[in-house]
Design a protein around this ligand. Sequence first.
Ligand SMILES: *[C@@H]1O[C@H](CO)[C@@H](O)[C@H](O)[C@H]1NC(C)=O
Ligand SMILES: *[C@@H]1O[C@H](CO)[C@@H](O)[C@H](O)[C@H]1NC(C)=O
Length: 286
Amino acid sequence: MYALIALLGASSVLAVPAPAKRADIKCPIVFDGRVPTAWAADPTQFDTYATNTIFNPDYVKGNDLKWSGILKFPNVTKSRFDTAEHTPLEVTISDQSIFQQQKGFRRAGLQFLKDAADGPGQTGVKTLHFSVKQDPSRPLNLTHEYLNVWHEKADYSADQIQFQTGTLIGKSGADKNKFQILDQNNKQLYSTATDKSQWQNFAIKLDYTKNQVTIYYSAGDAALKSVAGPTSASLSGGGQFQIGILKKPTGTSDVVNGGYQESNLNEGQIYGGIFLEDSANNCVSL
Ligand SMILES: *[C@@H]1O[C@H](CO)[C@@H](O)[C@H](O)[C@H]1NC(C)=O
Ligand SMILES: *[C@@H]1O[C@H](CO)[C@@H](O)[C@H](O)[C@H]1NC(C)=O
């Protein structure tokens, strides 16, 4: 016991604990979805084009809701690519999260303000970064299928890339306690267990010129590592990224309009370090 105390004493002199490791973004940023810390104190910044310089204030959300009511700012450590100037944010869904006439879904999805069907997010080689963290006070109900991050074709016919969790409809073998990254044919490109305590950092490199996808991943503050690919996957069709929560109903083949959703929903997904970078010349921030 005394030896242990001596050891602890010595190490505390020699090695003052370093602040958590953060990483710089090394490649040109195409769309920056990292949120200024000041916006957490005044979330109405998200509600209008005059003030929201990051995301589309009008989409994709419950018809009667505003982003200032949808987004929360939990007191959690920052994710790997957020600096002191950035805050994590939590996208939440409630019974009011009905977009247009889509009564089957409960959804709230952020779109980069300048992302467009024929814009720079759809050409060359681009890498979408995002980190996720779970909120124990607003857990997802994994009996349902969740689509949380994706890239949807301009004609809305499919999603070239899908980041999902929960019980994926029509995929009985899938583990609901994992995050899965699928291509547009629901072929699994990568999966990893959902971590209930620490950040999980994902980067999805989309090579639009070769129709190839490479996935990078790390947990906590660790550097990203390439974990899958490059894998062939069709990335044609333009479109847009979306980041948030889309919860599908159970018990229906018409997931957009039908099925069952519980009442009194209070669910959330925490995000940090959202950005799209230019991966020309194989540049990926790790
Ligand atoms: C946030 O969490 C930290 C660490 O747990 C704590 O010291 C701090 O008081 C919290 N801040 C607020 C505003 O709750
Ligand atoms: C999860 O969803 C199912 C299906 O909607 C529902 O029956 C169940 O009560 C929900 N569980 C929780 C903890 O909300």
